[in-house]
Design a protein around this ligand. Structure first.
Ligand SMILES: [Zn+2]
Length: 122
């Protein structure tokens, strides 16, 4: 096991993430789009279906998400994206920024402050 290599990989990963973030913010500003960040922890393990938000590491198996509690099956990335949107709205509610009535647009639907997901035809 080469710990130097592992530590460098982690540093590179952190650098790459910051770099992506920096570029997204730069481009967004150009188009007058606001950028928010959310903590990614457990967004891939949390069930985005319903309000209870059942979270378990075994919910996810590679690209597949299947909730151990309600049996909901989704693509793992799609499920995580819904959780990211949900968490963003939670942050807005906590910060009282007045955007709690906002809806976050996802490619194929929206998530509102109650965590309700509305799929829409694209
Ligand atoms: Zn579930």
């Amino acid at each position: 096991m080469n710990w130097t290599r592992i530590s460098n990989a982690l540093k590179f990963q952190q650098w790459a993430f910051r770099e992506i973030q920096r570029r997204v913010e730069y481009k967004a500003e150009e188009y007058d789009i606001e950028v928010d960040t959310v903590a990614p922890q457990f967004t891939s393990q949390r069930c985005s279906h319903g309000e209870y938000g059942f979270t378990h590491e075994d919910n996810r198996d590679g690209d597949e998400f299947e909730c151990l509690k309600c049996g909901k099956e989704l693509h793992a990335d799609y499920n995580a994206a819904r959780n990211v949107a949900w968490r963003l709205v939670q942050n807005w509610l906590k910060s009282g920024s007045g955007r709690a009535t906002s809806q976050r647009a996802l490619k194929s639907g929206t998530v509102n402050a109650n965590g309700d997901f509305n799929a829409s035809a694209v």
